[in-house]
Design a protein around this ligand. Structure first.
Ligand code: ZN
Length: 393
């Protein structure tokens, strides 16, 4: 075998090698997330629970995707390759109902909504993920998942349904039984369905009536359940486990609990996600932003009057897990803060250690407020680096 000295293959010879002990400070091992170390080995596999394309993107959705994007960017800034998958739940009863209300075919309606979403993401400089799986393209994987869970004894067939046995996932959630049942109902499940052995069982596969999309399966024509779709799409794009699962806080239970339980039961690889990043909800006038409440703040409206980077900074300049209240004045403050960061970036650096302090803050649970404070005070390379990592330029 011939060994040649190519730069991409590492340095041959002593000159240019790291001094002994330098590897102990490999920054990929310094990330802490949710209060615990999360050392990364490339590629970092990031699954982002994406949209159901039935409505416009509001600030609450955007927060999840901007935070996922920022987490990946921080990882890349310390040399970790990232492999992201952000799904599109384009087979969903909410979508089918919304499309039929407008007299549109659900496929056509979903593609249009997805196009609008992509525009908002582009405005907010959220990078396109390596994988953007659509539920409708992963029906075969859902069938395989159902078959796998039937084989392992974690699922059973009944009247054209395949139900996942979910009692353990519910018990492990730490929620009271009543609260867990209420959440299951709120997110589209039907715990009172008499077909189920247990109220916490959930459909991996269910039969479709005429108004719903349907695919053939060993259990008859039907469609996948929501949690099974995300389980199958994660398996199809990233394999049996992920380093980071990202989604809104309202997805903790039942969605992410069931997604993880299904993947773990089918693959015997645990945990499904090494770490979960549940992004805090956005409130307006004291209530969580939601279409049903009627207090939506749309990304498209905000970026019309303000620099998109200011909207991005507004979303990021806080702790990612905390709920927060949106006030229009805060967006003006974020715009002013962005100007301060730009001014700081144009100044000479006050300290050569400042860039390291910015990186240290970002690796410490993505502490953007601390990183911004350092960048603003120290200026120069620290500010330029922060603007770049957070895509605020
Ligand atoms: Zn999901």
């Amino acid at each position: 075998m011939t060994v040649s000295a190519q730069t991409s293959s590492g340095v041959v010879g002593l000159a240019g090698r790291f001094p002994a002990g330098a590897s102990a400070d490999e920054p990929s091992a310094r990330l802490r997330l949710a209060g615990r170390p999360l050392p990364m080995v490339s590629p970092a596999r990031v699954y982002v629970c994406g949209i159901t394309p039935y409505d416009v993107t509001h600030l609450g959705h955007a927060a999840t995707f901007v935070w996922a994007d920022a987490a990946e960017s921080v990882l890349r800034s310390v040399g970790v390759h990232t492999l992201a998958s952000r799904n599109v739940t384009d087979v969903d009863d909410v979508l089918t109902t919304a499309a039929s209300r407008q007299g549109r075919h659900y496929d056509d309606f979903a593609l249009y909504q997805e196009y609008l979403f992509e525009q908002d993401m582009a405005a907010l400089r959220v990078r396109r993920p390596a994988h953007a799986p659509r539920a409708r393209h992963h029906v075969p994987q859902v069938r395989q998942l159902a078959a796998a869970l039937l084989t392992t004894g974690n699922a059973y067939e009944r009247d054209g349904h395949v139900f996942f046995r979910g009692a353990v996932a519910a018990a492990d959630s730490g929620l009271s039984r009543d609260r867990a049942l209420a959440l299951a109902s709120e997110f589209g499940d039907d715990p009172a369905d008499p077909l189920r052995d247990d109220p916490f069982d959930t459909p991996i596969w269910r039969p479709s009536t005429a108004e719903h999309p349907a695919w053939p399966s060993p259990w008859g024509w039907g469609r996948p359940g929501w949690h099974a779709e995300c389980a199958a799409m994660a398996l199809a794009t990233l394999g049996a486990g992920v380093d980071l699962l990202v989604g809104g806080r309202d997805l903790v239970f039942p969605h992410h609990a069931y997604q993880a339980a299904m993947v773990e039961a089918a693959t015997a690889v645990t945990p499904f996600a090494r770490r979960v990043m549940h992004v805090g909800a956005v409130h307006v006038d004291g209530r969580k932003m939601a279409k049903s409440v009627g207090n939506l703040v749309l990304v498209g409206d905000l970026v019309r009057d303000h620099p998109p980077a200011a909207v991005r900074l507004l979303l990021l300049d806080r702790r990612w897990g905390a709920d927060w209240e949106y006030r229009p004045a805060d967006l003006d403050a974020a715009t002013a803060e962005l100007e301060q960061l730009y001014a700081a970036a144009g100044r000479p650096s006050r300290s050569s250690a400042a860039s390291g302090a910015v990186t240290a803050a970002l690796l410490d649970d993505l502490d953007v407020p601390r990183a911004v404070a350092v960048a603003r005070d120290e200026g120069g390379e620290a500010a330029r680096g922060l603007l770049q990592v957070l895509a605020l330029g």
